[in-house]
Design a protein around this ligand. Structure first.
Ligand SMILES: *Cc1c(COP(=O)(O)O)cnc(C)c1O
Length: 231
């Protein structure tokens, strides 16, 4: 039987091997453990194995976990990586350290106003709809350039980078195209905004390809915690 500690070690190994293949420094790539739908006990097990950054997709579930683990696992850095409706933005502003799915100026302004005074600025990534499909969330490249400029005016947000969920089942050519479009946009934005250091890209199935295309943060759920049960 493999444990969460084993699977975390394996995820780190995959990152290291992919980085070496791409002539990159493995320490430039952060592992975000995506714990959505998983019980507190599994987060504690990952924490005991040294994991510190966790990602959650659902506002209420995330808030509960943040509160329950505040004393026991004080070093956790919490990332919100799910879709966010504006009426729930306050919960994210008050509980999370990062938010990866920003795509509207209106939500940015709300998060900025709702961030509690005593906390560091909320780290944000702009979500990019890289295949430009209307069914998907995220900004176009043009919208992202504008939103990045708007975020700079908001003192309680810190613009850290961009995030994408590339098409799940697509040809290697399409995958390549999407990942390199993200890499190009990341480089462009980095030249315009000195706070940008994060390309949030890569999940259990495309970690290696994402690292090849410059990802600095991979978001791994299944490969660490096993398949999710949504029933
Ligand atoms: C669920 C989720 C992940 C993790 O996906 P796995 O395939 O389980 O690794 C990563 N990013 C986002 C935005 C997710 O919703």
């Amino acid at each position: 039987m493999t444990t969460i500690a084993d699977r975390l070690a394996n995820a780190h190994l995959r990152i290291t091997q992919a980085a070496q293949k791409a002539a990159r420094d493995p320490s430039d790539i952060h592992l975000l453990a995506v714990s959505k739908t998983k019980p507190i006990s599994q987060i504690q097990a990952a924490y005991a194995a040294g994991q510190r950054q966790f990602g959650e997709n659902y506002v209420q579930e995330g808030e509960q976990k943040v509160k329950q683990l505040a004393t026991q696992c004080p070093e956790i850095i919490w990332h919100f990586i799910g879709p966010l409706q504006s009426n729930k933005s306050k919960i994210v502003a008050e509980n999370f350290d990062w938010m990866h799915t920003l795509s509207r100026d209106k939500i940015a302004k709300r998060l900025n106003e709702q961030r509690p005074a005593g906390k560091a600025p909320l780290n944000v990534c702009i979500q990019i709809n890289i295949s430009n499909e209307s069914s998907k969330s995220g900004c176009s490249v043009e919208q992202a350039l504008q939103l990045a400029t708007d975020i700079k005016e908001l003192p309680n947000l810190c613009l850290r980078g961009i995030m994408a969920i590339p098409s799940a089942e697509c040809s290697p050519e399409q995958q390549q195209h999407e990942l390199s479009a993200m890499q190009t946009l990341y480089q462009t934005l980095q030249q315009q905004h000195s706070s940008i250091d994060t390309l949030s890209m890569g999940m259990s199935n495309d970690l290696e390809a994402a690292v090849t295309h410059g990802s600095t943060m991979v978001r791994i759920g299944t490969a660490i915690f096993g398949a999710r049960d949504y029933s």
